[in-house]
Each structure stands twice: as C-alpha cells, then as structure tokens.
Design a protein around this ligand. Structure first.
Ligand code: DAK
Length: 261
C-alpha cells in the first residue's frame, strides 16, 4: 500500500520491518529537485521514528535510479543561492539516518543520483546500471560527496577518472571496484534488495544500528579509533536483552525472537 503524502515518492507501508521508498519523477529521470530531496528527507524522518521500520529499500525506476541534481533548477541558483542551498539539510538528514538503507539501482545513476546511492549502506544494481559523476561536463564538480565517497568506494585512480572525465562505468565495473555488492537482472534488482533487507530486519535492531555506526565510523577515522568505537559498541550490546535472547536461542537450537530491548 502506498502513502500518497508525497508527490514525487512512493512510500510503501512497512512489511516485516522493510519499507520501500521509490523515487517517482519519471518525466525527468528522477532528477533530484530541492522538493524531491525534501520529500525524501521527510520520509526518512518518519521512517526513523517508526519502530516498525527496521530497514529502508530505496529505489528508482527501471530506466533511472536518478540522473542527478535537477540541472534546470540548478541553473536558477547563483552563488548566494548555493551558499544558502536548502538541499544541504536534506543531504544531512540522509547521511544521519540510523537504520540501514539498501539501494536497488537500475539504469542511470548519475551525479547527485550516484551520490544518493552512495549514501545507502548496501548497493544492489541491475546489469544495465550506469554509475557516473558527469558534473565536470557542466563546469562544476560533485557537491554531495562524490569527490570523497566515490574515491573511498572505488579507489583513487578509477574515482579520479570518473570525476575528471565525467564518463560513467557499468555495473560490472562498479561491482569489481567495490561500489556495489551484487548485480542482478534489472527486474530482479528490487526483489533481491527486499530479500537482503528482510534478512537484516530479522536481526536485533540495536545490534544492526550499532554495526552500521561502527562500519561508517571506521571509514571516517583511523584504525585505532575505529577499533575503540567497536569495543564500546560491543560492550553496550552485552547489556541488551537481544544479546541474551540471541545466545539463548543458539544454545536451545531455536530461532531468536529479538525485541529491540
Ligand atoms: N536534471 C533535469 N532534467 C533531467 C536530468 C537532470 N539531471 N536528467 C534528465 N533530465 C530530463 C531531460 O531534460 C529530459 O526531459 P525533457 O527535455 O524531455 O523535458 C528527460 O529527463 C529525459 O532525458 P533525456 O531525453 O536526456 O534522456 P536520454 O535517455 O537521451 O539521456 C541522460 C539520459 C541521463 C544521459 C541525460 O538525460 C543526461 O545526460 N542527463 C543529465 C545527467 C547529469 O548531468 N547529471 C548530473 C547533474 S549535476 C549539491 C549536491 C548535489 C549536486 C550538486 C550540489 N550540493 C548539496 C551543493 C549534484 C549535481 C548534479 O547531479
């Protein structure tokens, strides 16, 4: 069932802990206007507060995950407009979302679209997906992390090549570089993402949240700090009912029932 509080998103009711959010601006290949990013940010606020949502699956259409920031809208923004850019808050919201996001990507995944995909925790793409940072062709550079997250994901040489030439890579290249974790037939991308999300949704929400935080923290810091962060998180989890339940279930040879306590 879809929630029509949004004009450019299809937000499904959560099913078994998984909520699907679909970018739905087909006439512009899901180009990310300020309004679309604002709706996404609002949907994530709602998902963050909803205990029935354990994992979000973010997707677009078969033709495009998202073809970037809306160039027509960007054309209207001068220097002061960019300094006061309201999109910044939406990007911040997406960055700070504490639950896992699995992206199901088909078709064009360019510019801000590629940057949005890189905000997801797990990326699954169809054979026809194209990833790129074409901003250089517009005389600009990526503005939502493309010069930073892309290089961390695919390494310096390929990242630099993509950012400086604007040329996209295909799903095979993205997989071998480590940008995505799996490739599927286009029609199977969303079902596969839902399947992965469902597996995660069955785990302890507390452990999932801290595991996500640890992995992201580790990508941002030196090894010693990351390990210290992991140690603290591990210690915190030792005081949870879910940890007792997980271990008891293993010993009793049954499936655990996690409550998020
Ligand atoms: N913006 C607006 N409209 C777009 C669009 C976009 N990025 N991409 C496609 N469209 C629209 C097209 O204009 C066209 O609409 P009509 O002209 O028919 O009204 C419709 O979608 C279908 O597109 P095409 O006719 O072009 O379809 P094709 O299959 O021929 O080509 C394409 C598909 C994806 C190769 C092509 O549309 C294309 O090159 N699109 C632009 C891709 C691009 O340059 N993306 C990067 C945009 S810059 C920031 C955060 C983020 C950013 C910046 C700052 N801050 C927080 C500061 C991000 C910047 C960017 O992403």
């Amino acid at each position: 069932m879809s929630n029509n509080a949004y004009e450019m998103l299809n937000v499904a009711e959560p099913v078994d802990g998984v909520q699907q959010i679909q970018l739905d601006r087909p006439e512009a290949l899901n180009a990310l206007t300020t309004a679309l990013l604002g709706e996404l940010s609002r949907a994530l606020d709602v998902a963050e507060a909803n205990s029935h949502v354990k994992v979000v699956v973010l997707t677009g259409s078969i033709r495009a995950f998202a073809a970037g920031a809306d160039v027509k809208e960007m054309a209207e923004r001068d220097l002061v407009g960019i300094v006061n850019d309201p999109r910044q808050q939406s990007w911040q919201r997406i960055t700070q979302f504490s639950k896992p996001i699995v992206a199901a990507i088909n078709g064009y995944c360019l510019g801000g679209g590629c940057e949005l995909a890189m905000h997801a925790d797990i990326l699954i793409a169809g054979t026809d997906a194209k990833f790129g940072q074409p901003e250089i062709n517009l005389g600009i550079i990526p503005g939502a992390g493309g010069t930073q997250r892309l290089v961390r994901a695919v390494g310096k040489s390929l990242g630099m090549q993509m950012v400086l030439t604007g040329q996209p890579i295909n799903a095979e290249q993205a997989k071998s570089a480590g940008l995505i974790s799996e490739i599927t037939q286009p029609e199977l991308t969303l079902p596969r993402a839902m399947e992965v999300a469902s597996q995660i949704a069955q785990k302890s929400a507390l452990a999932v949240r801290l595991a996500k935080e640890c992995v992201l923290k580790g990508m941002d810091t030196d090894l010693a700090t990351g390990l210290r962060f992991e140690r603290h998180a591990f210690t915190v989890l030792s005081g949870t009912k879910d940890r007792d339940e997980g271990i008891a279930a293993f010993l009793e040879k049954r499936k655990p029932t996690f409550t998020g306590q």
